[in-house]
Structure formats: C-alpha cells, structure tokens
Design a protein around this ligand. Structure first.
Ligand code: SF4
Ligand code: SF4
Ligand code: FES
Length: 480
C-alpha cells in the first residue's frame, strides 16, 4: 500500500488509484471536467493539474498513478497559473450565454471560472461560431458553442450504455460532437441517453423536456425511488421550492415534477438511471381520481368505508389482488390488517409498454413493478386464481384485469388514477401516488431504498395504508 503526500499530508493509497482519486477519498478537492468516476480516463481538459514537489512543471492528477513517497502539491503558484490559462482556453470560444442556459446554477465551467480564472477573455480573435440547437435525439439537443469537448458523452455511450451513438467530428476548434457513423444504436434508441445531460459539465447537452422551463435555484431535490422496474434506482425528484411557489402564474407547476436525476447508490444503480426514470412525470401525473365512489357515484369517505366494511363482513371467501407498487409499509399494513381475512395474490400492476426495453444487462429489469420482492415475501408467489366460491374481490392498484374477475362478485377498488374501472367497482377509493407520501421499496436483490413526499395529497385522496387500517378496525379517516 503506497504512502503518498498531498499538500504535505500523508495518505495510504491503493496501488490502482490515481492521485485525484486519493485526494477525493480524503476530501481534498482537485477540479475536473473530463474525468468522471464512472468513465475511462481521457485526460483532455487539463484542469486537474498538480505539481510534484521538486519539479518545475505541472501534470494531470486524473491520470497520475500513485507511487511510494510521491509528494504532490495541489495549490502552488504554477498550478494556479496553469488552471487560469486552461480556463482562458476552455472559454475562448464559449458564447457566455449563461443568462439563458439551463445549466446555470450547476455549471462546473461557471464555478471554475469564478474559482480559478475570474478575468475577462484575453483573446482578441472573433469567437468560432457553431451550431446552437443540434438535435441529437428526440430528447436531447446540443449547443456546440458551449461544448468543451471533454468527451464524457462520447465515452458514456461507448463504455456504459454501449450504443456507440456519439463521436467527435472534425479537428481543432472545428471539432463537434455528432452522431457516430456505425453506431450500435442511435441516441434515440439508447435507453440511457439522458445520463449524458447530467454528465455534461457545461450547458452543451440539454434535455428538451426541461429546456427553458425552470431555473435550478427555484427547485429542490427530494430523494426518491424509480418505480419503473424492480431495480428500484435511487433518484432525485426535482420540484419547486416552497419559497418559490408560483401564485398567479401557473400554480399547477408547484406540484409538478420538474425533472428527475439519478441519486447515486453503489448497491442499486451506481450513478446512472434509464430514461424511464426521467419520464416519471408522465407516469405519475396522469389524470387523477380524486373522490371515493359507490358504483360510480361520488360519496363521502365515511360512506365508502362503511360500504366496504359491510362487503368485507358479509364475504366468506374474499380475494385480494395486492399491489406490487405498494411500499414496504403499505404491504405490511395490508398484511397486518386484512391479510388474514383475504386470500391474497400479488398482482403485477404494470407490464412492459410497447417499444420499451424489457431487460438488459445494465439496469433495466423485466418486472416493471418496484416492490414485487416485498409483496411476494409477504403474500407468496401464486398465480392469480379465483375459486368458484369467491364472493368479494379487493383490487389494490392498477393492472387488475377486470374482465377476468368472477362475474357478479362485488369489487372494492383502490386506484390513484382515472380509469373506467373506477366507476365499475362497488366501492372505490382514490389513493395517493408515491410523491405524496414517504415509504420504502425493496428491490429484486433485497436492497431497500427510501422515498420521501414531494407534494401534499390532493383533496379527496387518501393513503392506502390509512384505508386498510380503517377497514380493519371500523374507524374512519378524515378526508384531506
Ligand atoms: S457535449 Fe458536454 S459532455 Fe459532450 S463533449 Fe461537449 S462538454 Fe463534454
Ligand atoms: S432501470 Fe428500472 S428502476 Fe432504474 S431507472 Fe430504469 S426503469 Fe427505473
Ligand atoms: S480531469 Fe484530468 S485532464 Fe480533465
């Protein structure tokens, strides 16, 4: 185990580490633009330079292997001068349109300009003009003037998503990122493409769905879990900070998901997510059910609970189709309150959609439900089957095929979204979605991840857990 010295302090390193990695591990910050821990080393931006004691030149730390007794300095006059010159070069042709750039507020180039340069450009040459909105895919647009050619995006498509979708075209200051000839898949078909928007250290790669919609300083990130498949990738759901809530101007934006980014978890998803997580808004912000009903007629919550309790009391062979989108807490609550009363089967709420990648060897799993693991652990893995004597069915969540329910048998249905089946049920409850409550999902490998609430529940909507408790103990819950 080599011992190295950074700024005079000694650290034990592992042989395979670089100086930048050792520095990171011990909280010593060295700037970086092209280096990313999930990608190979490119060594092209030159911002990460350090000086080896006794040498009169600088070297890049992202590609400097450790060796016994190595002594590096991260903040000498020479290092500072080199970083300043590097920033001058990197911004030589930059359009400095930060005022309208989506990356403003979280742009590494902005931060480094302030930290390591601070001066206006010393160039007298006109800037190179390049494409402003090059459509890389349906989801991503590229601003070539802002690109610093770090090649993170290119390396991601080659090394992680393996689509080989991007490459560098032309040479020198005419170099541009472009779709690569001979790609395995086009960026449009790369199920992980949106990771390059996060990876891009500047505002060159832009998400079309987020383009000019918000400023990042108006948003906060709430930790959550992607429900798109049984991988349960950890994510941040970004939404308006309460202090920046819109009042007259589009208040609906206050309870909308602005964007989704990965939340790194080495045990689940590493630093990546697939594009389905980015589209969480489309999944959760479908039209909502917002009132309990009896046979399609809106009723108060107490009346719906009383009707459901009567059906349960009268039933001799009730069956429950349990949601694999329920949280660990909800599933345990169902088990504790109604689990003994019902014959329970775990239901797949969602199946793969047309055109969706069903499974791959990076993250995407074929089971498109986040919590089949806990559901099956509590309720078994039997295929859904209705005995002839079934006299009540409780359907919790989406994916219950109502055409296949036993005919003439009463149905209690819990669902968060508008659906024709809501009105068909004898008793219907409008339930919350995951961004309106806290909980945990346990993924297919048994790793549990937490999600927190981003928004208040809409009026008329109740958490499933509270409905189960009320149905079991004959108490009522207050409608929100
Ligand atoms: S588009 Fe962004 S990630 Fe790709 S090379 Fe340019 S700066 Fe780097
Ligand atoms: S792999 Fe599954 S859990 Fe992860 S982001 Fe994609 S759909 Fe969501
Ligand atoms: S981070 Fe080391 S050269 Fe770019």
């Amino acid at each position: 185990m080599p011992r190295i010295f950074i700024d005079g302090e000694s650290f034990d390193a592992r042989t395979e580490q670089t100086v930048l990695q050792v520095a990171d591990e011990h909280g010593i910050f060295i700037p970086r633009l092209c280096w990313h821990k999930g990608l190979s080393i490119a060594g092209n931006c030159r911002i990460c330079v350090v000086q080896v004691e006794g040498r009169s030149w600088v070297e890049i730390s992202c590609n400097m292997p450790v060796s016994e007794g190595l002594r590096v300095l991260t903040d000498t006059e020479l290092v500072r001068a080199h970083r300043k010159a590097t920033m001058q070069f990197l911004t030589l042709n930059h359009p400095v349109d930060c005022g309208v750039c989506d990356k403003a507020g979280e742009c590494t180039l902005q931060d480094y300009h302030v930290a390591y340069n601070g001066d206006a450009s010393i160039s007298h040459e006109p800037k190179v003009v390049a494409t402003k909105f090059f459509p890389l895919s349906e989801r991503i647009t590229l601003d070539n003037e802002r690109c610093i050619l770090c090649t993170r995006c290119v390396r991601f498509t080659r090394e992680v998503s393996k689509s080989d979708a991007l490459g560098v075209q032309e040479r020198g200051d005419h170099s541009v990122i472009r779709p690569a000839g001979g790609a395995v898949r086009r960026l449009d078909q790369d199920a992980y493409s949106d990771n390059i928007v996060d990876l891009c250290p500047v505002g060159a790669l832009l998400s079309r769905s987020f383009l000019y919609k918000d400023r990042v300083w108006y948003l906060k990130a709430t930790p959550s879990v992607c429900p798109g498949c049984e991988r349960g990738c950890n994510i941040d759901v970004w939404h308006r900070k309460p202090e920046w809530h819109l009042r007259a101007l589009d208040p609906a934006g206050n309870r909308a998901i602005a964007r989704v980014t990965p939340r790194e978890n080495a045990a689940v998803n590493g630093p990546w997510v697939c594009n389905k997580a980015r589209d969480l808004a489309a999944l959760l912000e479908r039209p909502r059910a917002n009132a309990p009903m009896k046979k399609g007629r809106e009723v108060g919550l107490d009346e719906a609970l009383a009707a459901a309790r009567t059906l349960i009391a009268q039933a001799r062979h009730p069956v429950a189709l349990v949601s694999s989108w329920g949280s660990d807490e909800e599933l345990r609550a169902f088990k504790a309150t109604l689990g003994e009363r019902f014959s329970c089967f775990v239901k797949r709420d969602h199946e793969p959609a047309d055109g969706e990648v069903v499974q791959d060897d990076l993250l995407i799993r074929a089971d498109k439900n986040p919590n089949g693991f806990t559901a099956r652990k509590l309720f078994g893995d039997r295929p859904v089957a209705f005995a002839p004597e079934t006299d009540l069915v409780l359907v919790w969540g989406e994916g219950g095929d109502f055409a296949r329910l036993p005919r003439g048998v009463p149905v209690i249905f819990l669902n968060a979204h508008l659906a024709p089946e809501n009105g068909y049920a004898d008793v219907f409850f409008a339930t919350s979605v995951m961004t309106e409550r806290a909980g945990h999902y346990t993924n297919f490998e048994g790793t549990t991840s937490a999600f927190a609430a981003c928004f208040a529940r809409p009026a008329g909507v109740v958490d499933a857990e509270r409905i189960f408790a009320a149905l079991a103990v004959k108490e009522t819950v207050a409608a929100s």
